[in-house]
Design a protein around this ligand. Sequence first.
Ligand SMILES: [Zn+2]
Length: 232
Amino acid sequence: MTGSQPKAIVLLSGGMDSCVCAALAAREFDAAALHVSYGQRTEERERQAFLGICDRLAIRDRLLVHNEALRIIGGSALTDESIAVPESPSVGREIPVTYVPFRNAHFLAVAVSWGEVLGAGKIYIGAVEPDSSGYPDCRPAYYEAFNRVIRKGTREGKIEIVTPLIAMHKHEIVRLGLELGAPLDLTWSCYSRGDRACGVCDSCVLRLRAFQQAGTTDPVPYVESTVPTGSL
Ligand SMILES: [Zn+2]
C-alpha cells in the first residue's frame, strides 16, 4: 500500500460477507479495518477471525472497539443468554430474535468518526438483503438515509457508506470471494459456537446453503452431525 492511495474503512466482523467486502476494499483502496465486539456469544472467535483476515489481506491499520451498550441493553439472542439462538432459518419471516437492536448504527457511527480522522472517503459494509435474515438495518434505504446523516453531520460531509454486496445472493458472494481469493477459510459465521460451527443456527444454515449452491465446500469445521446432505 502506498501513502497516496485513497483510504477506505471496512467493517469487518469476521464473517463471510464482511470478509469478501474487505477483499474488495483492499483491492481498490488503502483499507483500514474496524471490528466492534459487543458481548456477543462468539465474541472471541470473531475477533480471532478479524485478525486472521486482516493478516491475510495485509490490512495493517486496525481498530478494535468494545461496545458495552449493546450487551447491557440486550434484547437479542446474540447478547442475552436467556434468549435461545433459534435452530431454523428465518428467511422470509418476521425479524428474528438474533437481530441486535440498531446494531449497525453503532458500528457505522464509530466507522464515520474514524473515517473523519483518517481522511477516508468510503466505508465498506457487507450488508446483504436477499437470502438474509430480514434485519431492518440491512436494507438499501437504511444506508441511503445514513449517508444523508453523514453529509449533514461531518466536518466535510464527504464520507460515503458503500454496500457492494447488498443485492447479491449468498452463493454469489461465495463465488465472488473465491474469485477475489478472499480468505473464507478464516471466517466465522456461527452465532452460537466458537470451536466448530453448529450448522443449525440461522447464520450457519444460510452459509451452508450458500456454499452448496455455489457448488463448493465450506472450509470451516462444523459439528459433524449437522452438516446437511442436500436437503437445503
Ligand atoms: Zn451456527
